[in-house]
Write a protein that binds this ligand. Structure first.
Ligand SMILES: [Cu+2]
Length: 318
């Protein structure tokens, strides 16, 4: 209805069938399962992969490798969910990664409103956290976890909070931003299909910050979401506190793998002065390597057959 979304149109269309109020997300099986080849296979031949190579980016599936993100009814000021395992039962044992058993990231579909929180686990496998979703809109909730005995997973589910909303355009790409009195600058451009260093440097009042405090086992925690489908990207810090080479600022370096050309929103969480701050950037990827000669091979006739199917999802599979 109304002016909500062109951008998120098709995805939000799916979400709109949820008669969702906050905390109700039972219709998750409406989310399309894009591929089923990992179905029921908690361990597969891909297990030594870190998940980036032959799999979808994280966060696009509500169910993967037998694990399903299942929002449950909650109080109005809470968000609650379970992860069910291959046996259909709620998972109650998780490995710690980045200091926590569960990382819950939420963002509005227009990429505003990012929050990264850590729910509490009840003995029955229910995770609860106080009101991470701030205001009306189409939200995406990502559960980033490692079930004990399984592979790391990021599952995602849409959650709708009814009410009048204002769509916020994605801010233009920039290499500097401010948050809570800090200035954060970004160096580096992610290159599709390869690992690219991204360095974020933090200063305050013109002075480099050299006493960052560890947060989640690092001097910063970076999440990247792709515009258009909110694919969730793992961005690994390059170095950890106490490894003998990683300094507590002002620069924090990450190794980013982006799966495609496009625009991404980066969210850097860092801790300083006893508080966690979140700096946000829009970045556009570099263009693919121009290995092919741009001229000299174009025949004067019409384009060769089979090469002009730009922009049509779903082509190419027989
Ligand atoms: Cu976390």
């Amino acid at each position: 209805m109304r002016t909500v979304t062109r951008l998120a149109g098709f995805a939000v269309g799916l979400a709109a069938v949820f008669s969702a109020t906050y905390g109700i997300g039972r219709a998750v099986d409406r989310t399309p399962v894009v591929e089923g080849r990992h179905e029921g296979a908690a361990h597969s031949a891909t297990e030594e992969s870190d998940g980036a190579a032959d799999r979808l980016p994280g966060g696009l599936l509500v169910s993967d490798r037998g694990y399903t993100l299942d929002p449950v009814d909650a109080q109005a000021d809470e968000f609650a969910f379970r992860i069910t395992g291959p046996d259909g039962q709620p998972v109650t044992r998780y490995d710690v990664a980045h200091d926590k058993q569960m990382h819950l990231i939420v963002a509005r579909r227009d990429l505003s409103g990012f929050r990264h929180v850590h729910p509490d686990l009840a003995t029955d496998g229910t995770w609860r956290v106080a009101t991470p979703l701030a205001g009306p809109g189409q939200w995406r909730a990502f559960a980033d976890f490692t079930p004990t005995g399984g592979d790391p997973l990021t599952l995602g589910v849409d959650v709708t909070i009814p009410g009048a909303l204002t769509e916020r355009p994605l801010p233009a790409p920039a290499t500097s931003t401010t948050v809570d009195g800090y200035t954060v600058t970004l160096t580096g451009t992610p290159q599709p299909g390869r690992t690219s260093p991204l360095t974020l440097s933090i200063s305050r009042n013109g002075q480099p910050v050299t006493d960052l405090e560890p947060y989640l086992g690092a001097y910063g925690h970076l999440v990247a979401l792709r515009r258009g489908d909110l694919a969730y990207l793992h961005v690994h810090p390059d170095g950890t506190p106490g490894d003998g080479r990683t300094q507590p600022g002002p620069a924090v370096t990450f190794l980013a793998e982006v799966p495609s050309v496009g625009s991404y929103r980066l969210y850097l969480d860092f801790r300083h002065g006893g508080a966690v701050h979140t700096a946000e950037f829009t970045v556009s990827t570099g263009t693919p390597p121009a290995d092919a000669p741009p001229t000299g091979s174009n025949p004067s006739g019409p384009a060769p057959t089979g090469g002009a199917d730009h922009g049509t999802p779903g082509h190419g599979h027989n």
